[in-house]
Design a protein around this ligand. Structure first.
Ligand code: FES
Length: 176
C-alpha cells in the first residue's frame, strides 16, 4: 500500500508503525526519545487515511489535546497502519521547516499554540509518565540512537552541502 509522508511517496504494510516507515525512508520526523512516547517530537498531522490507522491509544489521549486530535494529530511512535488504504501525513518538524523557509514570522504563533496545547495536557502527561515502567538501558540506548539520527536529519534538512564530506555518508545520498 502507498503512504505519502511530507509529500514523498513510499510503500508500507499493515502493522507498520508510522515512525518506523518515516525513519526507514529517511523522512524528516522528530524522534528524540527513540520512539518511546516521551519526547513528543514525533507529532504528525494526518491529512488522509486516519480510518486505516490504529485507534488513538490511551497514551496519545493523555498527551494530545482535544484541539490537536481534532486537527488530525497523531504521535508517529504510537500509531500503526491497521488496514489497507491510502495514508498521507506531514510531520510537525517538516511543517516547522517549511514555515521557517516561507513564513518565519508565523513560528512565534505556532510555538505559542503548541505550548498552550502541551500546557493543557500537562497534568495528564505527567500522570501517564509516572505510571509507566521503564527499561532504563533500552530507553537510554533508544535516546542515544534517536539523537544521533536526529543530528543526521538536521544535517540533511538544513545544510545544502553535507557536513560529513564522506562519499558514502547517507547525507550525500538521501534527500533532506
Ligand atoms: S514521543 Fe518520542 S518518538 Fe514519539
Amino acid at each position: 500500500m502507498q503512504i505519502t509522508i511530507n509529500n514523498n511517496k513510499y510503500e508500507a504494510n499493515v502493522g507498520d508503525r508510522l515512525l518506523d516507515i518515516a525513519r526507514s525512508n529517511h523522512e524528516h520526523i522528530g524522534y528524540f526519545c527513540g520512539g518511546n512516547g516521551i519526547c513528543q517530537t514525533c507529532y504528525v498531522k494526518v491529512l488522509e487515511g486516519s480510518e486505516v490507522l490504529s485507534s488513538l491509544t490511551e497514551e496519545e489521549k493523555s498527551i494530545l489535546s482535544v484541539n490537536l486530535i481534532n486537527e488530525g494529530t497523531r504521535m508517529a511512535c504510537l500509531a500503526t497502519v491497521e488496514k489497507e488504504g491510502t495514508i498521507r501525513f506531514v510531520s510537525a518538524v517538516e511543517e516547522i521547516k517549511e514555515m521557517f523557509k516561507t513564513n518565519p514570522v508565523a513560528l512565534g504563533g505556532y510555538a505559542a499554540k503548541m505550548g498552550f496545547e502541551a500546557l493543557v495536557k500537562f497534568p495528564d502527561t505527567m500522570q501517564l509518565q509516572a505510571k509507566r515502567e521503564w527499561d532504563l538501558w533500552l530507553l537510554l540506548s533508544d535516546v542515544v540512537n534517536g539523537i544521533g539520527d536526529a543530528l543526521q536529519m538536521i544535517c540533511r534538512a538544513f545544510q545544502s552541502s553535507c557536513c560529513c564530506k564522506s562519499a558514502d555518508c547517507e547525507c550525500n545520498t538521501k534527500k533532506g
